[in-house]
Design a protein around this ligand. Structure first.
Ligand SMILES: Cc1cc2nc3c(=O)[nH]c(=O)nc-3n(C[C@H](O)[C@H](O)[C@H](O)COP(=O)(O)OP(=O)(O)OC[C@H]3O[C@@H](n4cnc5c(N)ncnc54)[C@H](O)[C@@H]3O)c2cc1C
Length: 386
């Protein structure tokens, strides 16, 4: 492998753009291929925990992000039936001091634009829009950029093409969960929505996450329910009245004000959630998968994008240090496995029914906020290899 050959990246999502900036920070040129002609992220918000913002800070993006995000004062769990607070983990200044980096919430389009502006301003990053990378070998890409890339990074999302180039890679499968997403203007929001917090409302088989999108003066609302394999019937092109009826069925028995909110939600979009479980991430030193292409996960721990950011940053460190891609994959797979189990635990706890739910509420209510925060030290306090 020649140190001067560029790295080719398939996909200009959060993983691909962060990888380009991380390679540039190590003096390595990248050629990024994005199949869409315009990069536009619509509709939804994103929580960026301190493990992700620590890396975005190292990439020089903090000042820009501070202009477009808000830092919630707490992450709070609330009963979806009684609207009583079950537990609360402090954030805001507390996050900055405990995990040495902020916790921010923002519109995805704002993160995308921040990354994209930085990529466009960096002479080592070359973005090619409207170019799809198939499952062909390196020479296909060489034809497009005039030289063989030293490696190809598959940052092409849950339906990755590049996975076909990796023997033993995982497969995308339906996770058993469906998400609805919509936004709600601050003026229309019910009084129990709090502009200073991320709130997760919990109930049997479903939960609802709400947080403010400061610049849009609105709230991001994500409702997640357990469900059977959706097949074609959960298609996002479902007629709106059927989609809403499904949403209301999933939340029956919840507090009347939440049901009323869902009944009046404007155009809730439905997303069957797919995940990619265990499998290989690299093909020798030629191809490596990162982000959702490698390990798409459920949003129960709000860590999918954070893991994509960690992957991207650490990949550049391993490659710049001359380490084999297998070493990168080993290192990242153990971290991602731990995060995935945290998500599985949250799924169990958030969607608990009957006596398990009562036990959960009792145990959580007896713990002090500081002690709840300590549970996240391994996750939010993570120092990436640099
Ligand atoms: C409801 C929900 C809520 C979430 N909330 C959070 C949260 O709060 N915090 C968090 O950290 N994560 C969250 N996530 C997860 C997060 O959104 C994803 O993990 C993250 O966006 C993955 O980024 P990516 O770059 O790997 O993939 P993608 O965003 O899918 O990007 C892939 C890119 O590759 C392009 N592409 C695809 N194929 C090709 C090809 N063959 N050639 C060239 N280009 C190609 C695509 O057009 C796209 O631009 C959430 C997910 C869901 C579903």
């Amino acid at each position: 492998m020649n140190r001067h050959q560029p790295v080719a990246i398939a996909g200009a999502g959060i993983a691909g753009l962060t990888a380009a900036l991380s390679f540039a920070r190590k003096g390595i040129q990248t050629e990024i291929f994005e199949r869409t002609t315009v990069l536009s992220e619509t509709g939804a918000g994103l929580q960026l925990s301190p493990n992700a913002t620590r890396i975005l800070t190292k990439l020089g993006l903090l000042l820009q992000l501070e202009k477009v995000w808000s830092e919630p004062q707490a992450i709070t769990l609330v009963s979806g039936v009684s609207l009583k607070t079950i537990a609360s983990v402090p954030s805001g200044e507390f996050a900055r001091s405990r995990w040495k980096s902020p916790y921010g919430v923002l519109h995805r389009a704002d993160l995308q634009k921040t990354l994209l502006d930085a990529v466009n301003a960096n002479p080592l990053c070359h973005l090619h829009l409207g170019m799809e990378i198939g499952d062909t070998a390196q020479h296909g890409i060489a034809g497009m950029i005039g030289s063989e890339p030293r490696l190809v990074v598959g940052a092409d999302g849950v339906w990755s093409n590049l996975r076909k180039r990796v023997e033993g890679a995982g497969k995308a499968s339906f996770s058993g969960n469906v998400a609805w997403r919509f936004t709600l203007g601050e003026a229309e929001a019910p009084a129990f929505f709090d502009t200073t917090k991320v709130t997760a409302f919990l109930g049997s088989g479903s939960h609802l996450v709400v947080y403010p999108l400061q610049r849009a003066r609105s709230f991001n609302v994500v409702a997640i329910t357990s469900g059977a394999d959706p097949g074609k019937s959960w298609d996002s092109t479902l007629p709106p009245e059927i989609s809403r009826q499904r949403l209301l069925e999933a939340f029956s028995g919840w507090h009347a004000q939440i049901i009323d909110l869902l009944r009046h939600a404007v155009e809730p979009t439905v997303w069957p959630l797919y995940h990619v479980n265990d499998g290989a991430w690299n093909q020798g030193d030629d191809v490596v998968l990162i982000g959702d292409a490698a390990h798409a996960m459920m949003p129960f721990a709000a860590q999918g994008a954070a893991m994509a950011i960690e992957d991207a940053f650490e990949l550049a460190s391993f490659v710049a240090g001359g380490k084999p891609l297998a070493a990168f994959a080993d290192h990242r797979q153990s971290r991602v496995a731990r995060v995935r189990s945290r998500g599985a635990f949250n799924r169990f706890a958030y969607h608990a029914r009957g006596p398990v739910r009562l036990g959960r509420d009792l145990v959580l209510s007896l713990r002090r906020p500081e002690s709840l925060a300590a549970d996240f030290d391994w996750l939010y306090g993570y120092e990436p290899k640099d």
